[in-house]
Design a protein around this ligand. Structure first.
Ligand code: ATP
Length: 359
């Protein structure tokens, strides 16, 4: 059984550096005497690196990410640093496409003690996972959009049978695993099948995959109705699967329900590689002030441990993931820990130290 794992660490820009720096001591403490060893290796990439060298994702960094057992990622991008065509530096998108990280896993779980955005008491039961298809959809047009004669602009949505099949399969398997832990066992396909041929195709493949998973309830919801119901009754959702652009938008909305960007973890996984990062960006407005909430990165690191446990069969990693999630829950349960983004005065170091002392 595999016990040693190479972790490619890509801190990136702005608060990406701060939240990764807070997470490494947490992982170091978790692995002490735990039956597994993580070997961290930092590599450069991101907007500041592009500014300094003209390269946002060096070949050596990409090769290291590809060779590693998992990638731990901070945040990349900076508003004032852009490619000549005006688009932002986003190596995370390149990694998703080049490593075929087709499933963007975005859990939104209400953490006890963190005030939910909604007053309804059922908001404390929110525990959903949004799966964002991450290799095609409208993002397939990135770098390929056209402007004709300064009169008309076009970006093309691409939905393929294989791209849809694999992300739907992933979603149903996730719902099956969650059902074993007492969740409802449902997958909702979020689309706009009433208007677009591409979306009707996405739904058709969803229905084909659903037929192979009779133990999970398959549901359909239009994206506009989903935006409404994520505010009206988000506790009705279990696993949701959607197109890349819709998922980009709805995952931020879901994060807001459970305490904001600093509380929202994510994973981008494919059949061969996994990248784990907080949902938030580099947050230039608070960078360098020690105000970033590292909780999303702690929870992303827990997702990484769980994913490595699944792949390696090393249960010590799954136990460490559970321990980290419980430590986060304990820190917030009293209601006294308040990150800056929730109106409090607890910064990166205070939250890190509290989690460390609860491990
Ligand atoms: P991107 O385009 O990469 O999603 P963005 O700059 O649009 O990034 P974010 O950086 O994700 O947006 O976050 C928006 C705002 O939320 C930030 O400007 C910051 O004020 C706040 N924020 C984000 N992450 C955190 C965090 N970890 N802790 C505290 N506040 C945060």
């Amino acid at each position: 059984m595999k016990k040693e794992f190479d972790i490619c660490v890509l801190p990136g820009d702005g608060i990406g550096n701060e939240v990764i720096e807070a997470t490494l001591p947490v992982l170091e403490k978790l692995q002490r005497g735990a039956g597994f060893a993580l070997r961290f290796k930092h590599h450069p990439a991101g907007a500041q690196h592009y500014k300094a060298t003209g390269d946002a994702l060096p070949d050596a960094t990409f090769a290291a990410a590809k060779a590693a057992d998992a990638i731990l990622f901070g945040a990349m991008g900076w508003p004032e640093i852009r490619y000549p065509d005006g688009t932002e530096i986003a190596p995370q998108l390149d990694l998703r496409f080049r490593l075929e990280l087709y499933a963007g896993v975005r859990p939104a779980r209400a953490i006890p003690g963190v005030p939910p955005a909604l007053a309804d008491p059922r908001a404390r039961d929110i525990d959903l996972v949004l799966i964002r298809e991450s290799t095609e959809g409208l993002f397939a047009s990135r770098g390929k959009g056209v402007v004709e004669a300064d009169r008309e602009a076009r970006d093309t949505m691409v939905i393929t049978r294989e791209g849809s099949r694999r992300v739907h399969e992933f979603s149903f398997r996730l719902a099956e695993r969650r059902k074993l832990r007492g969740k409802p066992g449902s997958v909702t396909c979020v689309d706009k099948a009433n208007v677009f041929v591409s979306m009707a195709f996405f739904r058709k493949i969803f229905d084909e995959v659903a037929a192979r998973h009779p133990g999970v309830a398959a549901k359909h919801h239009y994206v506009d109705a989903t935006a409404l119901d994520l505010v009206r009754k988000p506790w009705m959702f279990d696993v949701m699967v959607t197109e890349n652009m819709f998922g980009d938008i709805l995952s931020d909305q879901a994060a807001a329900l459970v305490g904001g960007m600093g509380m929202a973890p994510s994973a981008d996984v494919g059949d061969a590689h996994g990248l784990f990062q907080p949902c938030h960006g580099s947050a230039p407005d608070i960078a360098g002030q020690g105000r970033a909430n590292p909780t999303a990165t702690f929870l992303s690191a827990a997702m990484m441990l769980d994913w490595l446990a699944d792949r390696s069969g090393n249960d010590a990693l799954a136990q460490a993931a559970g321990k980290l999630e419980r430590a986060v829950d304990t820190v917030f349960a009293s209601g006294r820990m308040r990150p800056y983004e929730l109106g409090g005065t607890d910064g990166t170091a205070a939250i890190r130290d509290a989690v460390l002392s609860n491990l």
